[in-house]
Ligand binder design. Structure first.
Ligand code: SF4
Length: 340
């Protein structure tokens, strides 16, 4: 049986509003992106440093050494130009991100992970998308702002940080002022995240596994847990926790940790919540995702994830959450299937 709503799951003291709940009609405070306060000189230096790292690419923990400036393609599929699948207004993210008007989401192609269950595999693994110049991407960001987006939300950005920095810088000169969201698997290098300090306002960071062997089997990466935990600590250092202002609106600055429950692996929740509560903050907002369905290679029964979640698995995670001391977050249920 599939799990459905978060209502009957015995949530104890945990505050778990559903995705659609709003704290006020405005939901998200209108604030300008932190990057407006960065000097041109500092911004340019960050961009230069980022591009320099594409000579023998070490932008992400794969450190595969591709000479992307010379036209090589790395493990992630990343080359010199940004590869973008689509950009649009998206309302399926967490309330501080989607707000009332939607998030200006930029779906990037390629990925430094190789998740066998990826629901976006045409982008992440097959690299469907369009190579865009910095100017073209900057124009897309300005277009999203003109459509009313609360923010610019880069999805799977870890391998395209230089291009994104350059595009935000160029778009700033064209009037871009809304906050930047970095929406990541958390397989990120802290030194690359440091280039984003003072530029990104919201980190949407996954914590997918707490077992390196499972990460290796399902995502083809040997050190996911240690890398992701280190990255989340750096993200939290930069932006802290999401807060609510005096008008009851979310202030769009902070870290949101996403946890996707996988079939047969609900037991990892204990360590996920334990890490967040002990190493980040008890005020961290956690987004628990129960909408897993098999996609891509996950139909292979050998992998053990060829079905949806059961009620018992969801129930177990909710009970673990209620005992964790974490008091903020959301559950994305089956009704949100595929949108987050
Ligand atoms: S970002 Fe891509 S090219 Fe660079 S090290 Fe990682 S996998 Fe390799």
């Amino acid at each position: 049986m599939d799990c459905t709503e978060n209502g009957p799951l015995g949530l104890g003291a945990v505050v778990v509003p559903s995705q659609g709940d709003a704290t006020s009609p405005e939901v998200v405070a209108e604030v300008e992106g932190s990057y407006l306060r960065l000097s041109d000189a500092e911004f340019r230096a960050r961009i230069r440093n980022a591009y320099r790292r594409m000579v023998a690419c070490d932008l992400c923990p794969r450190c595969c050494g591709a000479h992307r400036l010379a036209g090589d393609t790395g493990y992630c599929g990343g080359a010199l130009k940004a590869n973008v699948f689509v950009w649009n207004l998206h309302r399926g993210e967490e309330p501080p991100v989607s707000g009332t008007r939607g998030s200006g989401t930029v779906f990037l192609s390629g990925c430094n992970l190789n998740c066998c269950y990826c629901q976006n595999y045409p982008l992440s693994q097959l690299h469907h998308g369009t190579q865009m110049s910095v100017g073209q991407l900057a124009a897309a960001l300005v277009e999203l702002q003109a459509k009313g987006a609360h923010n610019i939300n880069f999805v799977t950005p870890s391998h395209q940080v230089p291009q994104l920095l350059a595009a935000v810088f160029a778009a700033r000169q064209e009037g871009l002022h809304i906050p930047i969201v970095y929406n990541t698997s958390s397989y990120d290098e802290p030194s690359t995240l440091a280039l984003l300090d003072g530029i990104v306002d919201i980190y949407l960071g996954d914590l997918r596994y707490t077992d390196e062997a499972v990460a290796m089997q399902l995502s083809g990466v040997a050190d996911y847990v240690q890398v992701a935990e280190r990255a989340l600590i750096e993200m939290h250092r930069q932006v802290g926790d999401i807060s609510i202002d005096e008008q009851g609106r979310y202030v769009p600055r902070g870290l949101i940790v996403r946890y996707l429950i996988l079939p047969h692996h609900a037991g990892m929740a204990r360590e996920v919540f334990g890490f967040v509560s002990r190493r980040l903050s008890l005020r961290t907002y956690v987004s628990v995702m129960t909408q897993y369905f098999p996609a891509y290679k996950a139909f292979d029964r050998v992998l053990g994830i060829s079905r949806k979640l059961t009620d018992a698995e969801c129930d177990r995670v909710m009970r673990t959450w209620s005992r964790s001391g974490l008091v903020h977050g959301w559950v994305q249920d089956m009704g949100d299937n595929g949108e987050a």
